[in-house]
Every structure is written in C-alpha cells, then in structure tokens.
Ligand binder design. Structure first.
Ligand code: ATP
Ligand code: MG
Ligand code: MG
Ligand code: MG
Length: 562
C-alpha cells in the first residue's frame, strides 16, 4: 500500500484526553478516531489489524468445531423479555423504538437471539452438540466508556454459543474452547492468564476469564507463583474467624426463606424500592457461604436471584449502617448462614461493603450460582482478612501474587439459564423433553487490538508482533525526489509484495525525519530504508523490536526473505 494513497493521520503530540498508552498510540499512529464517547472509527491500519485478529479467531474457532454465522444486531424486545433480561439488564442495554412504536434492543450479547434460532430448528439429541459463533459489532451503553477502544459503547466481539444434550458434552466443548482461547491469545503475542471468574449477569457456574497482564487493567488477579491457580480477585477466597451472633444483632436482620425470588419479589418482600433493595454481597465456595444484603441507592440491573432464594435474605440498610448496626468497625461485617465451624470465605465485594463503597456491579454479580441450603444464623466476623500477596495459594501450592489484568475473553458454562426461560428443548434418547445445556464464549476483538498495543510498544510507538502487524515491511525512500532511491524503493515494494509480504511504501514527499518518526509510531516489524547507497543496490534494514539495523545488498535481502 502506498502511504500517499491511504489514510494514516499521525499526530506528533500526545492527545490530552487519552490516559493510557494504547489509546494515545492508536490516536497518534493514525489507527482510530473517536466519533463520540465510546464510539470509534477504525482507520485503515487498525482495520487491517482487526482483520488479522479476526482471522486468528476464525481459524481457532473453526478448529474447535464451531461454525460461523451472523445474527442481527437489531433485536426485538420480546426476545429479551422472554429471558427476563429486558427488565434486568439495566441502562447498559441500548434500546430504541421503530416507527410503529415497537421496542428493540441493540445486541449487547446474543444469548436470546441464538437460543430462539436454535430452539426453532433443533428438536433431537441427534443434532447436538452444536457450536456457532459470529464476529460482530456489539452495543453497550457503558457507564464509563474509557481508555479508547478498551471500553467502548460500540465494539467488536466474537461470541460463540454451544448447545448440548449432556453436561459431559458441554464439559468437552468448554475444554476445546478454552484451548482455542489459549491459542488465540498466544498467537496474538499476548502475555495472559486464564483465571477463575465470576458468572455475573450471564448466569451459570463454571467460568474463566482470559486476562492480559497490564498495569492499566481494571481487574485484579490473584495467582500462584508456582501452580496453575489464578482467580479474579472477586473470586479469590479468604479465611476469617468469626464470633457468634448476639440477640440484638438478630433483631436488625430480617430473615425469610422464599424460593426462586426475582428482584421485584425481594424488594416487595423487604418493603423497599427495587432500586434501593440490593447492594450487597454473597458468597459461596465449596458449600461455605455468606450472604449479606445491604440496602443502597443505586440502580439494580441483572438480578435473577434464583439460586439465592432457596435461602435467606438480610436487609441491613447501607454499608455504614451495617457496620454501625453490627457494632463492628470496617474490617468486620455481619454475614448469615454461617454455621459454627465454617471457614468463611469472602471476596472483593465484601471488602467493598466493609469499606462502604459496594457498587451495583459488584453486588449484582454476586447473586448468581450460589447454593445456600443451611438455616440462617447471624454471625459476626472478627479479623476478616482478604487474600493478600504472600498468602499461601488456595490450592496449597505456591504463594499468591497480584497482577492487574485486561479481560479480553470470557468462557461460561451457562447451563439451562436461557434454554429454560426461553423454552429451548430437545428430545433425549429416551424421548423425554429436556432443556438444552448451553455454553457461551466471548472475545473482545477490538479490545484485544488495544491490549496488544498496551503490551507491545516503546517510547517511540507501537511494536507489532508479526502475527497481527498491519503490514510486515515498511519501505522508506529517504528522498522520493531522488530517482535512483525512488526506483529502487518501488522495485522493492513490488518484489516484496509479489513474494507475499504485506508492504507499506512511504512514497510521500516528506522529510525523512517525519517518515522515520511515523514509521516508529506505526511500528511495522521490519523497515527497509533506501538512501544514499541506492545506486550500489544497498539498503538499510532495521528491526523495530530490537532496534538492530544493518546494511545489506538488495540481492542478499531477497535471499534472506525467501
Ligand atoms: P467488562 O468486565 O470489561 O465490562 P464484560 O465481562 O462485561 O467485560 P463480557 O460480557 O464477558 O464482558 O463480554 C465478552 C468480552 O467482550 C469481554 O471479555 C471483553 O473482552 C469484551 N468487552 C466487553 N465489554 C466491552 C466494551 N465495553 N468494550 C470493548 N470490549 C468489551
Ligand atoms: Mg461489562
Ligand atoms: Mg467482566
Ligand atoms: Mg466478562
């Protein structure tokens, strides 16, 4: 590609509002431009990288047995109403009306769409398992779009869904997808970890996030220095000792055991508004659990608190009031459902409550997948201590370290969360009707692009790993007005291209300093400079990553590059 004919608007200055390196570099190197908050254009260079990432994703997904399709981004409200997420997803779901006043959502994710598609066509266990994926634009009205395309409101996601007759079958595909994800992120040149995650608004149980290690990551990972153990800190357990409950504490807590409650029902039950009902935490690891509901004043999104509600509810006003009511200081919190010799586990969300800052997201994400069976009992902790660096890893092997991570991928075992609510059933071998068992698997394609830059840059610009570089070679004539330089550069451009390389040819009439600065910013793996010795057929080769440079004859270069 000739640089004079394409669109690479580079900037010398660091844009003032770009906080993180990848965002700065994507603007400076002419990869993206923001249209409005969280909405970006991908200019030709970024588009090329996206296509490369997508190709890697496609190869690995196909290899894992998934077939590509493309579903609508525009989705009728009825689908989301069936699953219940129309009411629970909250303001992150972009909603709109058509000319007939019918309601729609722009796809934030596609569980509903794919479940409806598959349920209408697949009726027998003989057609299962089935894995499908798409690469498509997603819409989420993020509260805080930031860090450029790392957290956009419109972004590109690969989302895959699998349908199964048995849990064993789901387990098998989950492993395949997990492996595919490891391959994808390795091939993208990323230093990442797969961590135990929280099932969040999607429902389901078994789930892992793929985290790119980076100081700007919004998640904290607790990992073992010697074993495979790695968890989102939200899921990392912690030991605590506790004291028994007192009578007056009991009075402060309302306890009931309703089954299968929705947030609406809970708010009615607690006689508080839906919005102020849930601000809280709960917890379950290996049958050990804590549940605390603390009233707050934030918006409530996705709370289908089904599993929870075989259990008990505590209404404890705000975190501050909780702490006051339980007569404890920060660092103490009152849980229920803890039998006397239970080792209590807690997480980040509890620490948030303790610190009085528990947010809606934190809270809502802790209601799923919890199995609370015991009688409620009010207890008070002493010495609640969260997992810390230097602690022994929960698997008993190695020592805990912390790192920050950017979530680039997420795999879930959804189970029957969507098939049950949306009635996606099949006939099993014995002719019995069963809900399909599902998995879902997401990758932030546009976020991955930025995450790669976050891990691959230096003070002069981006340093692309070969696998995803927009072009492999940058050919730069020092002076395009010099005929022998121009001719040799053009010849190299043609020959490299013919040999299957992707080449960016800086044919602009710019000063060489400008060209080199742009070239460093753009960060292609190899630069070939055609300068003074063009007459002799000698050029300079520079390796972007190492800075190593050497002179070489054109013949030798062709030899090397065969
Ligand atoms: P986050 O915790 O960062 O908000 P998420 O857990 O809400 O992400 P998922 O629902 O798991 O995201 O979606 C699958 C993938 O889509 C994520 O792992 C991430 O890579 C990507 N993704 C999610 N939200 C965004 C966004 N706003 N901008 C860019 N990529 C995103
Ligand atoms: Mg999110
Ligand atoms: Mg997440
Ligand atoms: Mg996620």
């Amino acid at each position: 590609m000739k640089q004079s004919m394409t669109f690479i608007p580079t900037l010398r200055e660091v844009p003032a509002d770009a906080e993180v390196k990848s965002h700065q570099l994507m603007l400076r190197a002419g990869f993206t431009r923001q249209n409005t908050s969280g909405v970006y254009s991908y200019l030709p260079l970024a588009h090329k990288v996206l296509k490369k990432i997508e190709q890697i994703v496609r190869e690995e997904m196909n290899n894992a047995g998934a077939s590509e399709l493309l579903m609508p981004a525009l989705q009728q409200a009825e689908l989301w109403q069936e699953s219940g997420r129309w009411y629970s997803y909250g303001p992150e779901l972009m909603r709109l009306k058509d000319r007939h006043n019918r309601e729609f959502a722009l796809g934030a994710t596609h569980e509903e769409m794919i479940t409806s598609l598959v349920r209408d066509e697949i009726k027998s266990y003989k057609r299962l398992p089935l894995s499908l994926y798409q690469i498509q634009t997603k819409f989420r009205d993020e509260k805080r779009p930031r860090f450029g395309v790392l957290r956009g409101r419109e972004f590109i996601m690969k989302d895959a869904y699998s349908f199964h007759a048995t849990h064993e079958s789901l387990d098998e595909v989950y492993v395949k997808m997990f492996t595919a994800y490891q391959n994808i992120f390795s091939r993208c040149g990323l230093d990442f970890r797969a961590v135990i995650a929280d099932s969040g608004a999607m429902g389901g149980t078994d789930t892992h996030e793929f985290m790119v290690l980076s100081d700007i990551g919004e998640d904290t990972i607790a990992y073992s220095d010697t074993s495979q153990y790695a968890a989102n800190i939200e899921m990392a357990p912690v030991n605590a000792t506790y004291e028994k409950s007192t009578e007056e504490q009991k009075e402060l807590v309302k306890i009931e055991t309703p089954d299968q409650k929705t947030i609406e029902e809970i708010s009615t039950f607690l006689n508080v508004s839906k919005e102020s009902c849930i601000k809280s935490v709960l917890f379950n690891v290996d049958d050990k659990f804590v549940l605390v509901l603390v009233r707050g004043d934030h918006e409530v999104n996705d709370i289908k608190v089904k599993n929870l509600f075989g259990a008990s509810v505590v209404d404890l006003a705000t975190a501050e009031e909780t702490i006051k009511a339980l007569n404890c200081v920060p660092g103490f919190i009152g849980p229920i459902n803890v039998s006397e010799d239970v080792e209590v586990v807690a997480d980040h969300a509890i620490s948030s409550v303790v610190n009085g800052v528990c947010g809606a997201n934190q809270a809502q994400y802790h209601f799923q997948g919890v199995n609370i069976e015991r009688d409620a009992k009010i207890t008070r902790f002493a010495d609640l201590r969260f997992i810390q660096e230097g602690d022994k890893s929960p698997d008993g092997e190695g020592t805990i370290r912390f790192a920050k991570g950017i979530e680039v991928g997420h795999v879930f075992k959804l189970g029957t969360r969507y098939s049950e609510s949306m009635n996606a059933t099949f006939l099993d071998e014995n002719g019995r009707t069963q809900p399909m068992i599902m998995g879902c698997y997401g990758i932030g394609v546009s976020r991955t692009l930025a995450a790669i830059i976050e891990q691959h840059h230096d003070e002069n610009g981006i340093v692309w790993p070969g696998s995803v570089a927009p072009f492999q070679i940058h050919v730069i004539p020092v002076n395009i007005k010099n005929d022998s330089q121009k001719d040799l550069a053009e010849k190299l451009y043609t020959q490299f291209t013919q040999n299957g390389y992707e080449v960016l040819f800086d044919d602009r009439a710019e000063r060489v300093g400008v060209k080199f600065a742009d070239s460093d910013l753009i960060g292609l793996p190899v630069r070939v400079t055609v300068g003074k010795r063009a007459d002799e057929g000698i050029v300079e080769v520079k390796i972007r990553k190492t800075g190593e440079s050497f002179e070489v004859s054109v013949d030798e270069l062709h030899e090397k590059m065969k």
